[in-house]
Write a protein that binds this ligand. Structure first.
Ligand code: ACO
Length: 439
């Protein structure tokens, strides 16, 4: 079969044939379609990038209709079940699972960078007591850029490798310090001999009223949650990472920009909304009335539906499973039973069936985080810690892709045509104003 597409320009009746590669045509080919020699050529208009591939990537594969998510070819469920977060992070960054030697080197590199300058502690102390942890994370990540001027040399492979370890090593420290600051608790230094999630829990809970939550089963659950959140191809924050990174801003600044994108409620904040919704529903008897309201368009069933998944989000399945191990330690959350009943009713209702609305990653993640003692304000921060790995993999792929350039979309201009400046304006000062001041 010929992998080309032919279009006819009805303005000129000329035909153009373009190659189809990986199911795409080159948007630049459209520019060959011109109404006349002076014509700029056709562009595609795609607000929100609904149907535009911005890059070629080898990192993450999603089939939204089948509910498939793979990192570097491995199913997310297999990785979550059989790997540690650092192993999965190595895979996403390097493209292959680590050998034992590579894993040791990787862990050593992360350990070396699990430290933070004293000035950064002081920087964190400057935030108000009620500062949002995501705001603190974004700002502190950007501030780290000033400590590592070598990170500006983004095309240098050694710099790339070092910055990746620095950011993955430091992001849990920044997150935990932000939390401790908001609670008025002293900062706990990292303990690099611990596992990645275990160390995060150590920095969060040590010498605090929640010290009992430093539990190996909960640390493993967090490790699994971290794996599930590593990457999700060209989502809003990955796109921000690539857009800012394409200007050759250093990776700390690009990561700060990506984290800022994640902070929005349409991206990283839906799990918080699920908890609020479950609180409002209150008990199982109220579910039918709530569903009726959803179907009448009065509200949304939060944690359901996805732009890409038109099937069960595989991450939601894993989180549901992990929740059971958490509840064995923390006691069963009433919210999980309510959520499961809500899911059961929704998945049997034609409104949700016909629209292919299934639970997404956020439907169960807030419930499990809450059971682990993590408060709603921290949910997006917990998303950002593992997602930094995905952002950095996307960033490195972008920097090393010879086809990429600075990201610079086109626009369709619908404003005024050329206008003449009124005579009353001279050097930006309106003459009647100038007259008024001399009176
Ligand atoms: N509850 C009720 N109805 C819904 C829901 C929902 N959660 N989601 C979509 N629908 C309905 C829409 O009203 C629409 O119905 P219509 O065809 O009768 O008008 C239809 O399903 C299609 O929905 P769209 O809004 O076109 O889907 P889109 O891809 O634009 O939105 C989104 C996806 C934003 C995730 C949406 O499903 C939603 O708002 N869900 C709730 C919020 C949420 O859980 N967000 C987390 C996403 S996961 C993540 O970002 C990590």
């Amino acid at each position: 079969m010929d992998s080309t597409v032919t279009v006819t320009d009805n303005r000129t009746e000329k035909q153009y044939t373009f190659p189809i590669t990986h199911g795409t045509i080159r948007a630049m080919d459209l520019r060959k379609i011109k109404a006349g020699p002076e014509d700029f050529g056709i562009m595609s208009y795609d607000p929100a990038f609904m149907n535009t591939a911005s890059c070629v990537s080898k990192i993450t594969f999603i089939d939204g209709d089948k509910g498939i998510l793979r990192y570097r070819g491995y199913d997310i469920a297999d990785l979550a079940e059989h790997c540690t977060f650092p192993q999965a992070a190595y895979l996403v960054i390097h493209g292959e699972l680590p050998t034992p030697e590579q894993e040791n080197e990787w862990l050593a590199a992360l350990r070396i960078h699990m430290g933070i300058f004293e000035n950064i502690k002081k920087f964190t102390e400057g935030f108000r007591y009620d500062a949002h942890p995501m705001g603190m994370l974004v700002s502190t990540m950007a501030a780290l850029s000033t400590f590592y001027p070598d990170s500006k040399d983004v095309r240098n492979h050694d710099v790339q490798v070092k910055c990746i370890s620095r950011i993955i090593g430091k992001i849990p420290i920044i997150a935990a310090y932000g939390y401790r600051h908001s609670k008025g608790l002293e900062y706990i230094s990292p303990e690099p001999s611990l596992g990645y999630a275990e160390n995060f829990m150590h920095m969060m809970w040590d010498r605090s009223p929640l010290e009992h939550l430093k539990h190996p089963v909960l640390a493993r659950a967090l490790d699994v949650l971290f794996i599930l959140h590593i990457d999700h191809e060209q989502n809003c924050s990955a796109n921000a990472m690539r857009a800012v990174g394409s200007s050759e801003a250093d990776p700390f600044l690009s990561t700060a920009a990506a984290a800022a994108a994640l902070a929005g409620p349409l991206h990283g904040g839906a799990n918080e909304a699920v908890l609020k919704m479950l609180d409002e529903i209150g008990s199982k008897e109220n579910i039918p009335a709530f569903i009726k309201g959803v179907k009448e368009g009065k509200e949304k069933l939060m944690g359901f539906g996805h732009r890409v998944y038109k099937n069960y989000d595989p991450r939601a399945r894993m989180i549901k499973k992990t929740a059971e191990s958490v509840f064995e330690i923390t006691g069963r959350s009433k919210k999980i039973d309510l959520a499961m009943e809500l899911e059961r009713i929704a998945l049997n209702d034609d409104y949700f069936i016909s629209r292919k609305l299934y639970p997404n990653v956020d439907f169960y993640s807030g419930i499990i985080y809450e059971a682990m003692g993590l408060e709603a304000k921290m949910f997006t921060v917990l998303f950002a810690i593992p997602r930094a790995v995905g952002w950095l993999a996307q960033w490195q792929e972008l920097i090393n892709d010879p086809e990429q350039k600075i990201a610079r979309p086109r626009q369709v201009y619908t404003g005024y045509d050329q206008r003449k400046l009124p005579d009353s304006y001279t050097y930006g000062v309106r003459t009647e104003d100038a007259v008024a001041t001399t009176r």
